[in-house]
Design a protein around this ligand. Structure first.
Ligand SMILES: Cc1cc2nc3c(=O)[nH]c(=O)nc-3n(C[C@H](O)[C@H](O)[C@H](O)COP(=O)(O)OP(=O)(O)OC[C@H]3O[C@@H](n4cnc5c(N)ncnc54)[C@H](O)[C@@H]3O)c2cc1C
Length: 293
């Protein structure tokens, strides 16, 4: 199929793009990598009257260290994130997540801003945004704001972006010295979206107990979820015996996934247990400086 008729705009500055976005509001869609928008337009799930192509705007593709954070431009391609030595040093879960997205051709075009704005609940970057306390930097003709990931994802394919707002960058928490991480998923085939994905970070305190922990799950509801209450109760715990399995079993009780064409709710609960346990074990191994295969 072909898309419905639309007017194409190719602004060369962010101010020009913001002006167009303000002028056309709900009738316009930004196009970044086009990897999701173009198929949606082709099957007429999306029929914008105006398409604002942000690819000619300079300064939206970058990776930048910023104190204890790392900032990534909205137009940064998945492939660049996957290969970034700076990110491997500062925030290694992000290259690992990028590596797992679709296929190579898609990673060459798809952008982190597009992935977040799309808000697929099983996608890698929304999961990482929840795990790593991301701030989504957004601009409109009215000004600039930063939306915390927990306020950004509203429902399936729905964010708190207002008409006229464009994502310009994303700020992630960088991992601290000695902080380990884990990321596990299950998909039907290589390159498919995950049925469920799980990610964790963990640092030990001076006594060898859990000093800092973060856990997030994707593919278990309308948005990726952060297991904040479980994190609080895990602090100070020992990492002996079946510690990771016990936390993961609690998560599977707390989270209520729904059945859909890809998997039943029961199977998703099983995946939560297995994938979160392995993510936590990987995070502990890395926190101890051990290799993870
Ligand atoms: C076959 C296939 C397999 C895939 N597998 C995976 C996978 O395994 N894991 C995964 O995470 N993703 C997967 N994806 C999605 C992929 O990551 C895309 O990159 C992502 O959907 C959107 O990025 P994009 O830059 O192409 O955005 P586009 O397609 O250009 O835009 C997507 C949406 O975001 C909006 N948008 C884009 N940029 C901005 C911005 N800066 N500000 C405001 N709104 C914006 C657009 O208006 C549109 O609504 C897959 C996609 C396909 C087609």
């Amino acid at each position: 199929m072909k898309p419905a008729k639309f007017e194409y705009h190719a602004p060369e500055t962010i101010d020009e793009a913001l002006f167009l976005a303000a002028q056309y509001g709900d009738d316009a869609r930004v196009i970044a990598g086009g990897q999701s928008l173009v198929p949606m337009m082709n099957i007429r799930l999306a029929q914008p009257d105006h398409v604002i192509d942000i690819n000619n705007i300079g300064g939206l593709s970058y990776v930048r260290e910023d104190g204890e954070s790392v900032e990534i431009g909205a137009l940064t391609r998945h492939h660049r994130i996957e290969k970034s030595s700076e990110l491997m040093r500062l925030c290694p879960p992000l290259p690992a997540a990028a590596r797992n997205i679709g296929h190579y051709a898609l990673r060459e075009r798809g952008t982190i801003g597009g992935s977040l704005a799309l808000a697929d609940p099983a996608a890698e970057f929304p999961l990482m945004a929840m795990l790593l306390d991301a701030g989504i930097m957004v601009r409109s003709t009215l000004g600039e704001r930063v939306i915390h990931a927990s306020d950004f994802f509203v429902s399936v394919f729905t964010t708190s972006l207002e008409p006229g707002e464009i994502v310009t960058g994303i700020r992630f928490r960088a991992l601290a010295q000695g902080e380990g991480w884990g990321f596990r998923w299950l998909a039907r085939r290589s390159g498919d979206y995950a049925i469920v994905n799980a990610a964790a970070t963990l640092a030990l305190d001076s006594g060898g107990r859990i000093g800092r922990i973060a856990m997030a799950l994707g593919g278990v509801g309308a948005t990726p979820v952060r297991l904040t209450a479980l994190e609080q109760s895990a602090i100070g715990g020992e990492t002996i015996g079946g510690w990771a399995g016990a936390i993961a079993a609690e998560a599977a009780v707390l989270v209520e996934p729904e059945s859909d064409k890809n998997a039943s709710a029961e199977f998703r609960k099983e995946l939560i247990e297995v994938l979160l346990e392995k993510s936590l074990e990987d995070a502990l191994a890395r926190a101890r400086g051990q290799a993870v295969v």
